[in-house]
Design a protein around this ligand. Structure first.
Ligand SMILES: Cc1cc2nc3c(=O)[nH]c(=O)nc-3n(C[C@H](O)[C@H](O)[C@H](O)COP(=O)(O)OP(=O)(O)OC[C@H]3O[C@@H](n4cnc5c(N)ncnc54)[C@H](O)[C@@H]3O)c2cc1C
Ligand code: FES
Ligand code: FES
Length: 493
């Protein structure tokens, strides 16, 4: 089949259509807004997705539905925006006109001091308001995990979030009231073409479909795949790396599919953390806290599970949990697919079982069996929006006599890859699930892991924490008993 090509990217920026043919593969949305379009309301604080000063909303059609999400403009590439609606703080109020209800709420509750963080908070709260007009404090805190303020303090900002619906009517908000018109404008931008911009060190492409992606990647095996860009964005903004040619997954709805069958859950590699959240927390409620603590909301809106696996990081949060659950990944090169156990995908530090021209297509997560206990623990210096020092995941299945029939224990932050604790598992299997068994298995950690010291944690701390996490898991199973599996929905009892 001949693929038709377009050499421009098109998106809505606030109230206008933007069409660009001359844009670099590494141009960030933040630079585009501030430098090219003189939209200076969006601020740059860290340029690495941490502070939220650059937060904007990006609306896109998913299954025909228009959804707006908060994203970090500093690590989002302009090239990834084809077919989207970018909403910046500059569009919220006209000069001399009334403030937007979110802005008014910030003023009324004295939620701004120096003001540098304020546009980012406003946009995060706007995104929350559109999803949930009357959020609880917990929901507000979760939506603001990715926004930092160094002077006001968060109490006033939370009061602002609570006040928005007393000031404004969501039904009359332009993004809400004009949703159908905006959706049809975005639909009109979707022409099913492959987008190709630039050449050489500037080349980037947006394949039209997964089959087209497979062809593009086979022809360009050294290309950098960009999914949510929450890792790759920093290669550019912090490490000044050349990443072209770039292949964006923006248009690949097939990679955003989530399927649930009688065996488990399958996530397309392009499914974001936020998209996966409802199904993950329904079927694996033990993953809720972990999921809530991955980055901030902007990172969860952008970042994908596929990217978390493909980057091969030893401190990525999902691999230990998914390995303990027995997950596998489907890899595709051209028309050829193969499925490997996730634990085998990680070969050594910086080396994964992925050939040039091959990509991660999907992740399969089997349901927990009956009489199984499962837990995952993320240990960080700061509770929210912090990268893991140690992450431990434990899945134990018991026989009728209370002995350990099967054990899968995996750790991040303890080796050059996410890795199973095979000696600890062996020390538990076939034994009574009792304190002496746990204490005797603890010494096997020294056979499984020789962790490193870095600025997140010392080797000694990591080893001690890993051991204590097994103790904690044991104590928690005594407190809560096993996990009851009820129609593929796991319930802690
Ligand atoms: C502020 C901040 C906080 C963060 N917090 C956490 C955290 O708490 N826990 C955590 O685990 N991570 C965290 N991260 C890291 C990052 O968000 C995750 O690793 C995320 O899952 C990466 O997904 P992505 O879609 O953004 O990947 P990208 O950045 O787009 O890509 C990452 C890598 O995967 C490759 N890739 C992407 N998709 C595919 C595919 N389908 N096939 C083959 N290769 C592919 C890319 O080429 C690249 O090498 C954080 C990042 C930031 C900026
Ligand atoms: S500038 Fe700090 S998150 Fe973007
Ligand atoms: S008001 Fe100054 S950083 Fe938040």
């Amino acid at each position: 089949m001949t693929i038709q090509i377009r050499n421009t990217i098109r998106f809505l920026l606030n109230h206008r259509l933007v069409e660009l043919s001359d844009v670099s593969a590494v141009q960030t949305l933040l630079d585009f807004l501030r430098i090219d379009r003189n939209l200076r309301g969006t601020k740059e604080g860290c340029a690495e997705g941490d502070c939220g000063a650059c937060t904007v909303l990006v609306g896109r059609l998913l299954g025909g539905q228009l959804k707006y999400e908060s994203v970090n403009a500093c690590i989002r590439f302009v090239g990834s925006l084809d077919g989207c609606h970018v909403v910046t703080v500059d569009s919220l109020a006209t000069p001399g006109g009334p403030l937007h209800p979110v802005q008014q709420a910030m003023v009324q509750t004295h939620a701004s001091q120096c003001g540098f963080c304020t546009p980012g908070f406003v946009m995060s709260l706007y995104g929350l308001w559109m999803e949930n007009a009357k959020p609880s404090v917990t929901e507000i805190e979760k939506a603001l995990q990715g926004n930092l303020c160094r002077c006001t303090g968060y109490a006033a900002i939370i009061r602002a979030a609570e006040a928005i619906s007393t000031i404004g009517d969501l039904g009359k908000d332009p993004l809400f009231a004009e949703r159908d018109r905006i959706a049809s404008e975005l639909a009109a931008l979707q022409d099913g073409r492959r987008v190709v911009i630039g050449e050489g060190a500037e080349l980037f492409m947006l394949p039209a479909s997964v089959d087209d992606f497979a062809d593009v990647l086979e022809a360009n095996p050294k290309a950098t795949i960009v999914a949510g860009s929450t890792d790759v964005g920093l290669w550019v903004t912090k490490f000044m790396r050349d990443i072209a040619p770039v292949v964006h997954l923006t248009h690949l709805e097939e990679l955003r599919r989530i399927t649930v069958d009688d065996k488990g859950v399958t996530l397309g590699a392009g499914v974001s953390y936020a998209e996966a959240y409802p199904v993950i927390t329904e079927h694996f409620p033990q993953l809720r806290e972990l999921w809530d603590r991955i980055g901030g909301q902007q990172v969860r809106n952008m970042g994908t599970v596929g990217g978390n696996i493909a980057n091969g990081s030893p401190i990525g949060d999902t691999p230990p949990a998914l390995i303990a659950l027995g997950a596998s990944v489907t890899l595709r090169k051209g028309a050829r697919r193969r499925t490997v156990a996730l634990e085998d995908f990680f070969i050594a530090y910086g080396k994964q079982d992925r050939e040039p021209g091959e990509f991660v297509e999907a992740v399969h997560i089997p349901f927990l069996e009956a009489d199984t206990s499962f837990a995952v623990y993320k240990i960080t210096k700061r509770l929210d929006e912090d990268i893991t020092a140690v992450c431990g995941a434990f899945r134990l299945t018991f026989d009728g006599a209370g002995e350990v029939a099967d054990a899968a224990i995996a750790f991040g932050g303890m080796a050059g890859t996410p890795k199973r604790a095979v000696h600890v598992e062996a020390a538990l299997k076939g034994k009574a699930w009792q304190e002496p068994t746990v204490e005797q298995a603890i010494s096997a950690f020294d056979q499984d892991f020789t962790p490193l010291t870095d600025w997140r944690a010392s080797a000694e701390y990591r080893q001690l924490v890993a051991k204590n996490l097994l103790r904690r898991f044991y104590l928690e199973t005594q407190a809560t008993g096993n996990i009851r599996i009820d129609r593929n929905i796991a319930v802690a009892v």
